[in-house]
Unconditional design. Sequence first.
Length: 400
Amino acid sequence: MSALSGKHIILGICGGIAAYKSVSLLRLLVKAGAEVQVVITPAGKQFITPVTLSSLSQKPVVSEFFTANTGEWHSHVDLGLWADCMVIAPATASTIGKMAHGIADNMLVTTYLSAKSQVFVAPAMDLDMMAHPSTIANINLLRSYGNIIIEPESGELASGLVGKGRMEEPEKIAAVLEAYFSKKADLKGRKVLITAGPTHEKIDPVRFIGNYSSGKMGYALAEECASRGAEVTLVSGPVSLSISHPAVRVVKVESAKEMLAACEEAFADSDIAVMCAAVADYAPKEVADRKIKREHSEVPVIELVKNPDIAATLGRSKRQGQRLVGFALETDHELDNAREKLSRKNLDMIVLNSMRDKGAGFGTDTNKVSIIKADGSREDFGLKPKREVAADIVDTILTL
């Protein structure tokens, strides 16, 4: 049975000559057992008729916000909640620009902005438009948001020119979706513990020792594991993020000691644990019960004590069959430091990133990592959105 069977897919079609390929893509998706809702831009209807598309999908084609003769409203919000994925093929330069900058002036873009699931974008345009700096920047923006770009092919274009801009063939687009849903269940039945964000170690009621971690990498890992069938416990330090996946249970903590307690409770029942949080190494030995006032005291001397090493603590109690993954954010001697942590903490794998890599580390939407396994093997990955990095990490965990 196809992995697409029973899936709800939004097929977005823009106004380009490659719209004729969307008919073949629609047929392939329906044949695989998917339920497909077509959303087409007004310009798209100049290239392919809604009658053809609705005949194949067995659903009315959505193009406008309202049905002209009845005034029926088409809810882009409901569509976004209904879909298991959205694929926009062809995606023109105009629509890509609107998607990148949130210009919600048609039903397709508003549906995209409401989508809660993975979005695939298959660009199609002439080679000069494809190579224009604004198009490149917009595609990179979409990629940074977590969209998957199905790169166009090089070949003869509608203009008669030859170059990059041909929409990928429908069979290959369908294969990308098939592969995506095939791995969606590879963590089914597994319990995964993930830590995320910083810890805050109190100095007094209004001050703390902490770091710049945003929690974005850990939250992306939680979403990725849950989307692949896992039951996830996310132990999160203080962050401004939220998570909506029903398979993720969020445990909010503040200090390293609180995070350790939550991890020890969840670890015993976990198959996989990923220690992504940036836990403060030290905490004040004593916490003032009132705000330390600058005007009425000398400069305070804050004596620090070591915080518990959560990954090492779990590593000492790891049972056979459990997999424990650590993170190392380094500023120098990166590989040596990561390998030392891998061994000392009894990890099965460590994810290394360097503060020297632009676009990696705290607070960014992207990351650049190297993954080192306990057997000494190493794989280096390029700069990617953190959701794609999360997929790479989970894929590697599954090879352990």
